[in-house]
Design a protein around this ligand. Sequence first.
Ligand code: NDP
Length: 237
Amino acid sequence: MAVFQGKSVLALGGSRGIGAAIVRRFAAEGAAVTFTYAGSPEAAKQLAAETGATAALTDSSDRDAVIARVRESGPLDVLVVNAGIAVFGDALDQDPDAIDRLFRINVHAPYHASVEAARRMPEGGRIIVIGSVNGDRMPVAGMASYALSKSALQGLARGLARDLGPRGITVNIVQPGPIDTDANPADGPMKDLMHSFMAIKRHGRPEEVAGMVAWLAGPEAGFVTGAMHTIDGGFGA
Ligand code: NDP
């Protein structure tokens, strides 16, 4: 189905995991897709060859590079901000520079990219940011900075939805629970603990998250904005 034929999509952080599934989904449905990468040039190259999408080197921790990438991508019908990192461990022992970098990638980049995209986004445009169920619920120690960053995205969606609603542009957060990626493998050491919190005791698939993103970006979701959309197997229930 070519739901996104003629649509221009930029996905920040698309080389692997959930981002790569989002790139595949939009490309399969006819969109002209650009995605960014930072540390995985080989994966990015392969995904571009597989999907016909354009890969662009852009480090999401570099605010000006992110803004420039959005600007250079031209008027966007859909912006997806997926790039995100976690820093685990005792908050009292963590390197403040590493935490600030996390905030730049997980919070500053989504904000500045969204604002820059909004400058030229047409009516019906879509801004979708990948948050986390940890924005609502943080059942383990050692992830305060990550939880903070994902909660912050909720404010971004609520506020920016008000700014852009009059132009028919929607702003939404997709909040996954455990999803099988390099960052959180389904056979990793934390799997039993994570599954113990869940109603559906398995990791989700990146394609399941991409499906929710595609729905939010599509024509049926024009009345959905300023909202969090949790896809977590009941982790936060
Ligand atoms: P992965 O670590 O598997 O992939 C992360 C992706 O983001 C890669 O494509 C990576 O590109 C890109 N990325 C990371 N840092 C940067 C950067 N500085 N600049 C540009 N791109 C960057 O993560 P997931 O797919 O698991 O996670 C994707 C999103 O989903 C994140 O926001 C994460 O917080 C969120 N999420 C994930 C969950 C999970 O269980 N997997 C659960 C809840 C939320 P590259 O390698 O090229 O740098």
